[in-house]
Design a protein around this ligand. Structure first.
Ligand code: PHE
Length: 368
């Protein structure tokens, strides 16, 4: 029989005690029977609903009906009763949510002795690794690092580097142009930079002399892919401008850099060359780091490996940035540029440049 609130006739302390005890016994029994959320809500409402819940009935049937002299005693018992019933209702809810979370923990238990899921972490690409090595050699001797856009204007890629419009020297760098720009002036036309040298101009426009900067970056040429050519490759450019910079400084700097990169016993050799933006210009070779200069397949029996282009900054280039302090009568400087893929191939004995771009993990993981 579910509990119902009795009317009281006897308001003696003993009778009140008995009524209170019966009520508490009933609420405890019902609390114990609660086993899920819906049960608990029904239980709570049955006892605590403002409208006609059991506590409200107690208020009406016991307190309001009590004769004057008994009101005080009945009032304090009813208040205590309310507090106790609330605690029992809360307790039932806690017991239930405790049981629910234990059930969830049980069903979601993980076996921590199973081997984990192996997620291989990536590693630096060999080209980026070499590029960072080259950059850090120059950082160690006080160079800062700059970058520039891969989409350049004709002005920065050619004109300000002293390749005049229509000059045949432009043909040495097969260029990818952005289409549909016939209406623009030639110097404003966009292209994919063919070398990192345009960043020399950006750097000098931003910073007055003295300047020492290296520029790592990606460049593009309209070359058909084969074992030694790729339409996308990387260069590291260098530029140093100050008063009294001489070809001696260029030789000493690059000799140091090549020793730092390939080992202290390599020797360097400077060969006359041509670039529109340097005068004089040179190609730099190092003694073959495989045979030590005796001659082998890597160096095609010459004992030397050609690695980079360089030269003294042509005064005609300074003319384009003269307004930022580069007066060709007062400053001088040198520049150099090297191909990162080529250096990486020579360093690791890789015979096909395409391997760098195919993304085959079996190739790449050898450099981790
Ligand atoms: N930019 C030249 C090239 O891509 C290399 C170079 C850089 C030569 C700086 C001289 C000075 O071939």
């Amino acid at each position: 029989m579910p509990y119902t609130v009795p009317k009281l006739e006897d308001y003696s302390p003993a009778a009140l005690d008995k009524a209170v005890q019966e009520l508490l016994t009933a609420v405890r029994q019902e609390a114990d029977a609660v086993s899920n959320e819906a049960d608990w809500k029904a239980f709570r409402d049955r006892w605590m609903a403002r409208k006609n819940g059991i506590l409200t009935q107690v208020n009406d049937l016991w307190l309001k009906a009590a004769p004057g002299p008994a009101k005080r005693d009945v009032g304090s018992r009813v208040n205590a009763l309310k507090v106790e019933v609330e605690q029992i209702v809360d307790g039932a809810q806690q017991r239930m949510s405790g049981a629910a979370s234990r059930a969830r923990l049980g069903s979601e238990r993980v076996d921590i002795t199973l081997p984990g899921i192996h997620k291989p972490i990536g590693a630096e690409h060999p080209v980026i690794k070499t590029m960072n090595e080259i950059v850090s050699v120059f950082r160690n001797i006080g160079y800062s690092v700059a970058e520039g856009p891969e989409i350049e204007t004709d002005y920065f890629n050619f004109e300000a580097l002293n390749f005049p419009p229509n000059h045949p020297a432009r043909d040495t760098q097969d260029t990818l142009f952005v289409v549909g720009q016939e209406k623009k002036r030639q110097r404003d036309r966009l292209l994919l930079r063919t070398h990192t040298s345009p960043v020399q101009i950006h750097a000098m426009e931003q910073q007055p002399p003295p300047i020492r900067v290296v520029v790592p970056g990606k460049v593009h040429r309209a070359d058909t892919a084969d074992a030694t050519h790729s339409p996308i490759f990387h260069q590291v450019e260098g530029l140093a401008v100050d008063t009294n910079i001489t070809f001696c400084d260029l030789k000493g700097t690059l000799d140091h850099a090549m020793k730092a990169l390939f080992g202290s016993d390599v020797k360097t050799r400077f060969f006359p060359s041509f670039f529109p933006f340097t005068e004089p210009s040179a190609d730099v070779s190092v003694t073959c780091f495989k045979c030590g200069g005796k001659g082998c397949r890597l160096c095609k029996n010459s004992g030397w490996i050609e690695l980079l282009g360089c030269g003294m900054v042509d005064p005609a280039v300074f003319k384009f940035v003269e307004s930022n302090g580069y007066d060709p009568a007062k400053v001088s400087g040198f520049a150099f540029g090297m191909g990162v893929e080529r250096i990486t191939m020579l360093k690791y004995g890789i015979d096909d440049i395409q391997l760098f771009f195919q993304g085959d993990v079996r190739f790449l993981e050898q450099f981790v």
